[in-house]
Design a protein around this ligand. Structure first.
Ligand code: DX5
Ligand code: ZN
Length: 216
């Protein structure tokens, strides 16, 4: 079954809890939480106290996407604040295996992310140790960008590597998804879809239902 992960980066923070509940009621199984440090990516978003506070808003799977340098420094803190899955960037960690083992030792699911210009080969040594591979379909840092078509082949390549190895790793994609193009990453082999502006701009329930309708 395919999973929708609304990214709250595009939410209205004055009514954040309410909007999270609306995505859950409409059927979104995950909630995507984008953490930016102003160094690994140009922007700064939100962090630990916000996660801790909104953890109570829903029973969704909290899918934390760390766009931060040396994520090892914060794994414990994000687990304590309520993360269910922690995804970090292979480009940001000096020792990815150490980060994977740390997340695992705390009983959480592990995701590994690659930016559009990073080849899938970069994650091959880690595939058997992770639960999810995140293939970015925009340059990380901002919501509301356009889906990069050149990433579709990377999704296919990732899915093929995973199935050839007989692994059951989820393939998540993040960036530029709309109700009109969501079929493209799905057909390429993704099964977890992040969507920010396509969920939070306009009527949230309707957007979630329309996206899920295209994801069956
Ligand atoms: C980008 C973030 C995305 C972003 C997606 O750095 O990781 O999760 O919020 O936003 P949309 O769906 O608007 O492209
Ligand atoms: Zn993200």
């Amino acid at each position: 079954m395919n999973i929708l992960a609304p990214s709250i980066l595009s939410a209205d923070f004055t009514i954040l809890g309410q909007q999270i509940k609306e995505t859950e009621a409409a059927g979104a199984q995950y909630l995507h939480f984008d953490v930016m440090d102003g160094i690994f990516v140009p922007s700064i978003s939100f962090g630990l106290p916000v996660l801790k506070s909104i953890r109570k808003a829903s029973k969704q799977v909290y899918d934390v996407h760390l766009m931060i340098e040396e994520p090892i420094r914060y794994i414990e803190h994000f687990v304590e604040s309520g993360a269910d899955i922690i995804t970090f960037h292979v480009e940001a960690a000096s020792d990815s295996r150490e980060v994977i083992d740390k997340i695992r030792s705390l009983g959480k699911k592990v995701g590994l992310a690659i930016k559009p210009k990073t080849p899938v080969e970069a994650v091959v040594p880690y595939l058997e140790h992770i639960d999810m591979l995140l293939v970015m379909t925009v340059e990380p840092g901002f919501g509301g960008q356009k889906y990069m078509d050149e990433c579709t082949d990377k999704i296919k390549e990732a899915r093929k590597l995973i199935s050839d190895a007989g692994l059951s790793v989820d393939v998540e994609i993040d960036g530029g998804v709309t109700v009109d193009n969501v079929n493209v990453p799905l057909e390429a082999g993704a099964n977890v879809i992040v969507a920010g502006s396509a969920v939070f701009n306009g009527d949230i329930s309707e957007n979630v239902k329309n996206l899920l309708g295209k994801m069956q």
